[in-house]
Design a protein. Structure first.
Length: 615
């Protein structure tokens, strides 16, 4: 979850590292720091608690040197303070380290260090890494050996980037487990390393992620990658297609706003070439499962976390109705520690926009290692660990980088990817054929236009944000396909506006939450015209009878609902399967405008991070 950037080459490292930190700022932002090493071994280390601006303000002159590393922190062990910010150094300054993940055995390692006369200066687990490297260097090992030994000793998921004071012309990097990625970026006569691709894009699109268990010695002229047994791995970087311009905010105030507004395009890009009407069908070349394999499936299990899990909950309906298969959707952090019974007849679909969420990767590894069930990853990041764990069977979302911490466009695209996958399975199994298949594809192709038209309701959502900005609680209700959307609306509300919100299946509301309802509790009711509309209508009556303010999201032209509700947000008439794409827009925009009305930091909400790589 922390952001990491490193540079080695002929340019001044300080500005490159600082600019990389700005791009990584969405990963963690409670403190930041950098270290720059000059060719004569002079070392400058700067670190500050607080937003990156604090570090920038403290840098009156950029430090000299052509090798540097930087870090944005999301605290796990130790308070948010200057001293706990990265980089961390060995006591003698010989090893300089930035780290992402958790060194699970850090207490034991600290004791070992103390027994050797080394006292850690910070409260972090991370500091044991440079201190141990320093110890091995003092015992006479070279940096390669010291680094490799420490990688073998630290437990848990960890990503590490290090510099050696005595050899300023190179960097070290390693990925152990699923604590987040390490990507090498190959320039002309310079090398970059970062925790994810967007930080590298202004400099290079030629990248190579380190696989789990790989480490690299990175020099401008020569880079060596090895696994932990010492076997060399070829440096074979791939071109990534991400557009650096897409990482900029453009005319928008926030990345989240930009990403909400670009959802029609994100959806079209995700669907393009995959869903076609003539002949009706879907093409998913990247899903390497044959028709025979798809026909032998008896069940689907979708796993994910946060917003991706909510997309998975929508996907469950798609799998049931379009693929005709019993489907469950599970929270990956719960699933991975249960003992579910799976086999080759269960398809496991992992939804993770980053492809790096530790619990989702843990669930996939569990499935691979214990049950050998077929797996598909739905992700926005090519070459991510999720893709590897799915043995290359992936559906890329093609959304471009998503910078807003609260996911929006990747949620839309994940629902679309699940829809396409359900059609693919349904067609292979004969559940969808002829006119039914055509209708299903046709419906999906309307989604980008429907989302576009729903975005025109932004002003009403802004007004809801203005009027409701001082409430303490919100309730979101939905049924069927709208239940996950109610969960997603409430999550967005909590994430960025800090208003407590609950998302509930409307039928369940009577079994508890209704006790909370009074005039001060706005209820967002997602009630498009679908087969559950009449039931939803009754639930709206029930909350109105208890004085709640009802903000109804319904189908345009629904005069009855418009008259009954305090606020009515229309969505275009559409196939009920497509309605989640439309209702997602008010769900996102209400949260966005609540947050902006309250002056909250939309793109960097407190305590959150874009990619969660710790348990
Ligand atoms: C974090 C982000 C959410 C995201 C979730 C899952 O909590 O803040 O926006 O939905 O992680 O991330 P993934 O990358 O697996 O989709």
């Amino acid at each position: 979850m922390c952001g990491i950037i490193g540079y080695v080459g002929k340019q001044a490292a300080g500005p490159i590292v600082l600019e990389g930190l700005q791009r990584l700022n969405y990963r963690g932002y409670d403190s930041s720091g950098l270290a720059v090493l000059d060719h004569d071994g002079a070392l400058a280390v700067m670190k500050r608690a607080g937003k990156l601006a604090e570090l920038e303000a403290s840098l009156t002159t950029p430090p000299a040197g052509r090798t540097g590393i930087g870090h944005t922190r999301w605290a796990t062990h130790g308070a948010v303070s200057d001293g706990n910010a990265h980089p961390h150094l060995s006591s003698d300054g010989a090893a300089i380290v930035v780290h992402n993940g958790i060194v699970e055995n850090y207490r034991a390692l600290r004791e070992r260090l103390a027994a050797a006369g080394v006292e850690c200066r910070s409260e972090t687990d991370s500091e044991v890494i440079p201190q141990l490297i320093g110890l091995y260097l003092r015992e006479g090992h070279d940096f390669d050996e010291a680094f490799r030994r420490v990688l073998g000793e630290i437990e848990g998921g960890n990503a590490v980037v290090a510099m050696e004071r005595r050899r300023p012309e190179r960097l070290y990097a390693a990925r152990l487990g699923n604590a987040g990625g390490i990507v090498l970026g190959v320039g002309g006569d310079e090398m970059f390393v970062a925790s994810d691709v967007p930080a590298l894009l202004p400099h290079t699109t030629l990248v190579q992620p380190l696989a789990n268990g790989q480490w690299a010695r990175i020099g401008a002229a020569e880079t060596t990658i090895r696994d932990l047994d010492g076997a060399e791995v070829a440096l074979a970087p791939q071109r990534v297609s991400m557009d650096p311009v897409a990482v900029a905010k453009g005319p928008y105030t926030h990345f989240m706003q930009k990403e909400i507004m670009e959802q029609p395009r994100a959806l079209s890009d995700c669907i393009r070439g995959r869903a076609h009407v003539n002949p009706a069908g879907v093409s998913l070349e990247d899903v390497r499962l044959s028709d025979d394999q798809l026909r032998s499936l008896r069940r689907v299990l979708i796993v994910g976390m946060g917003t991706s899990m909510h997309a998975g909950m929508v996907g469950r309906y798609y799998m049931e109705s379009l693929a005709g298969l019993p489907t469950d959707c599970d929270n990956a952090s719960e699933f991975r520690y249960r003992a579910p019974l799976l086999g080759p007849e269960t398809l496991v679909v992992a939804v993770t926009q980053s492809g790096e969420t530790v619990d989702t990767l843990g669930a996939m590894a569990q499935v691979r290692d214990h049950w050998g069930a077929p797996r598909v990853a739905i992700t926005n990041v090519e070459e991510s660990e999720a893709t590897r764990l799915a043995a290359g069977s992936a559906i890329y979302l093609r959304c471009g980088p998503e910078i807003g911490v609260a996911s929006t466009k990747t949620f839309m695209a994940s629902m679309a990817a699940l829809y396409v996958l359900a059609c693919r399975i349904g067609a292979a199994r004969g559940h969808l054929r002829g006119a039914t298949l055509e209708r299903a594809i046709d419906a999906l192709l309307t989604a980008p236009g429907i989302v576009d038209r729903t975005l025109a309701q932004a002003e009403i959502c802004r007004e809801v944000g203005r009027v409701c900005q001082d409430v303490e609680h919100m309730l979101y209700l939905g049924r069927g396909l709208q239940y996950p959307l109610a969960m997603e609306g409430a999550l967005k509300c909590k994430e960025i506006s800090y208003i407590h919100a609950e998302g509930y299946p409307a039928g369940e509301m009577k079994h508890g939450p209704i006790a909370l309802i009074d005039r001060s509790m706005p209820v967002v009711a997602l009630a498009p015209r679908d087969p559950l509309y009449d039931k939803m209508w009754s639930n709206i009556q029930q909350v109105q009878a208890r004085d709640a303010t009802v903000i109804a999201v319904g189908t345009e032209g629904d005069a009855e609902l418009e008259a009954a509700a305090d606020v009515f947000i229309p969505i275009p008439a559409c196939d009920p399967l497509i309605a989640p794409f439309a209702t997602a827009i008010p769900a996102q925009l209400i949260a966005y405008y609540l947050a902006t009305a309250r002056g909250a930091d939309v793109d960097q909400p407190r305590h959150l991070a874009k990619t969660v790589t710790v348990e």
